[in-house]
Design a binder for this molecule. Structure first.
Ligand SMILES: [Zn+2]
Length: 701
């Protein structure tokens, strides 16, 4: 906003030229000393100001000075160096920018920037004065008027649990775009809420939301790292009430899932872990705790295709926004690549425009961080074929943000840098949705093919980004040790009934859910024959299953028995399947009949002849070809992924309970009919190609 323009004001030894957000006129520089910063501009955004200037030849770094001023441009406080711009800060060195944050939004400031050559300070630029952007939302417009406890206390206090519940309930009540759902309860019985946000209204059911290729933000897993949570709460208000076409466009094309506080007990007590002391970000695979169970169950039901996980990082030398993709080597390559594209391709480039210093976790002197534990959400989500990143907010100001000894200013910088990141995340999903979905489809098909080695711990390397950005220390190599590699994957793991249904004591208070319940929460298919339970690997989460069920698993649930394929190579004549039969790299010339109570699991297998199963325990086909009709009836477990079927396909009367039959990424040369199945078959968001009519329950597959 423009204020009344004053006359000349002396600041230091310079004469202030009064400006708002416009660049200094070119003719003002005619007499500028050669080492003086010129063309300084200040662009206002939510909670931060992007300062940009012409670089000075030979500059070692730049100092950013901020001075509070009143409406007449008269200083009301001391000029303070609030930022140091260093060359490792950004890509695109020829257009330096700095995101100044850590002030009370809405206040008016004057900025100047000067270069340093070595330790020699060059002249300051001419100043730029502007009023910063006030907290989002018209205070007199219903909904927009809402403010968090953190905002109303000017960052003196974080938003409390009761404030959060009241604030999100008010958003829910006042916005058609928002539905608040309770995902579960913490150990101490605090609700774990999620905002489901879409335009004009969010899709009605988890399955309908899943069809919109949703994105998920986990805002606060470590209770003593609250900066991201405040950003999430502010963004929820913006998404709920903004009339900005960008926002309504975003929400018309996807659903935004925001979980402000998975760890409400830890937040209330300002502890990293939950009330039992468990670090929840070391529990997303094991899901011993109700908090992590709630989140993983949400991922199963809502099927987000992309995610961010918010943290703070206690390293004052790091960048503003350390990020990291899922690195575990069992994550499918397309998911790793897409996540890296989001981070290095999008966030580094946009960060250089906005002035935020995004970098790989570790960033500069970061130490032994960012490894391959599948218990970490970043890796768990990658193993669930979700493009995603860790986000760390540098917890202290450090040398490059020297004003942040002021606690409120430090908190503001963290929160508004997270707000910027989450908005960029939504923009990335909007722009790259097709690529994200392609990566997910390829990843699911790759995983279900069950080929290649399994690694129990070990990361993909994160190469240093070309110098000078973003610093000297990408995360450690973290290569898998030889004893944590299994070169030949089994077909399945067999669990005894005691392993599967037995009581566990690894949860809070000695009360644990069973392996069966945890597998169900992950959404894996299980074939039960008598009192034996088989978990096949030809499933979308193939990379995660062995980490929990193999004896080599570093943090496993149980020692399942490896089951290897019994049917390989060429076989002629009719085949009747009894018991649990696994075919890999097999060619079966003849009809295949799966007996009642039996199961067939295939990968890289061709069957020439009809495939018929009635009242079978399970049929899981992946990366296979059936030259003939497929009829599966009254069967308990069904998954067909990336298959080619020459002939009609009929799925009828299958009673899989809530575990829907999967038919995904499959080409069918013939009609597809699905009748009287409970539940209705799903394609996991990967369309099938059907050269014939699709009828009844499969009409939309
Ligand atoms: Zn953390």
């Amino acid at each position: 906003m423009r204020r009344q323009r004053p006359t000349l004001i002396a600041v230091s030894t310079l004469i202030a030229v009064t400006l708002t957000t416009a660049a200094t006129p070119a003719n003002a520089h005619n007499a500028a000393p050669p080492d003086q910063v010129t063309a300084l501009t200040a662009h206002q955004a939510d909670g931060y100001t992007t300062l940009a200037w012409q670089p000075v030849d030979g500059a070692t770094d730049y100092q950013i000075e901020r001075t509070p001023v009143d409406a007449d441009n008269t200083p009301t406080g001391t000029p303070t160096i609030v930022g140091i711009w260093r060359p490792n800060r950004q890509i695109n060195q020829q257009a330096p920018t700095f995101a100044d944050a850590g002030y009370n939004p809405g206040d008016t400031f004057q900025w100047r920037v000067r270069a340093r050559t070595g330790t020699t300070e060059q002249p300051y630029s001419e100043p730029v004065t502007a009023t910063t952007t006030a907290p989002w939302g018209n205070p007199t417009t219903p909904g927009e008027h809402l403010r968090t406890g953190w905002e109303t206390t000017h960052a003196a206090q974080y938003t409390s649990d009761t404030d959060e519940y009241a604030y999100t309930a008010a958003i829910d009540a006042l916005s058609d775009r928002v539905r608040v759902v309770e995902l579960g309860r913490t150990v101490q019985n605090r609700p774990i809420n999620m905002l489901v946000i879409g335009h004009p209204t969010p899709a009605a059911t988890p399955q309908a939301v899943a069809a919109t290729a949703p994105v998920a933000i986990n805002c606060n897993v470590h209770g003593n790292e609250p900066g991201d949570r405040e950003a999430c709460l502010i963004m929820a208000r913006q998404l709920a009430f903004s009339t900005d076409p960008r926002i309504t466009d975003l929400l018309s094309h996807t659903t935004v899932l925001i979980v402000p506080t998975i760890n409400g007990d830890g937040r209330a007590n300002n502890t990293r872990g939950n009330s039992t002391g468990q670090d929840l970000n070391r529990d997303y695979s094991l899901i011993r705790q109700p908090e992590t169970t709630a989140y993983i169950t949400m991922v199963r039901d809502y099927r987000p295709v992309a995610g961010y996980d918010g943290h703070e990082f206690g390293n004052s030398r790091a960048g503003d926004l350390p990020m990291l993709p899922p690195r575990h080597q069992n994550v499918a390559q397309p998911i790793f690549d897409q996540s890296q594209d989001m981070i290095e391709g999008h966030m580094y480039a946009k960060g250089a425009e906005a002035g935020w210093w995004a970098c790989p976790y570790g960033c500069e002197g970061g130490g032994n961080v960012g490894l391959s534990e599948e218990t970490i959400l970043r890796n768990t989500l990658g193993l669930k074929n979700v493009t995603n990143s860790l986000l760390e907010l540098r917890s202290s100001g450090g040398q490059t943000r020297p004003d942040e000894g002021n606690t409120a200013n430090n908190r503001r910088r963290k929160t508004y840098s997270a707000l910027w990141t989450f908005h960029q995340f939504l923009d990335y999903h909007r722009a790259d949705r097709a690529d994200i979905l392609k990566a997910r489809s390829e990843a699911i098909e790759t995983q279900a093919a069950n080929t290649g080695r399994l690694v129990f711990r070990g990361s993909r390397p994160i190469p240093a980004h070309p110098a000078p950005h973003p610093g000297d220390s990408p995360p450690p190599l973290d290569a898998p040790p030889a004893d944590l590699i299994l070169d030949t994957p089994p077909c399945a793991y067999k669990l005894t009934d005691a392993q599967y249904n037995g009581a566990r004591t690894d949860g809070p208070g000695g009360i644990g859910t069973t392996v069966a319940q945890r597998i169900a929460a992950h959404g894996w298919k299980v074939i039960t024959i008598g009192d034996e339970h088989y978990v096949p690997l030809n499933q979308p989460e193939r990379g995660l299953i062995p980490l929990l069920l193999d004896g080599k698993g570093v943090e496993k649930l149980t020692d399942g028995e490896r089951v290897y394929p019994t049917l390989t190579g060429r076989r002629n004549g009719p085949l009747t399947v009894t018991g649990f039969t696994c075919a890999d790299d097999a060619t079966i010339n003849g009809p295949v009949t799966v007996r009642a109570g039996a199961a067939l699991v295939t990968t890289a297998t061709t069957i020439s002849g009809p495939l018929t199963a009635t009242s079978a325990a399970g049929i899981l086909l992946a990366d296979s070809t059936i030259n003939g009709p497929v009829r599966i009836a009254t069967t308990d477990t069904i998954s067909i992924i990336d298959a080619t079927i020459a002939g009609p396909v009929d799925l009828s009367g299958n009673t899989t309970g809530t575990d829907a039959p999967v038919l995904a990424g499959t080409t069918i040369r013939g009609p597809l009919n699905c009748t009287a199945n409970s539940a209705t078959p799903t394609n996991l968001g990967i369309a099938n190609t059907v050269h014939g009519p699709r009828t009844s329950q499969c009409a939309a597959l």
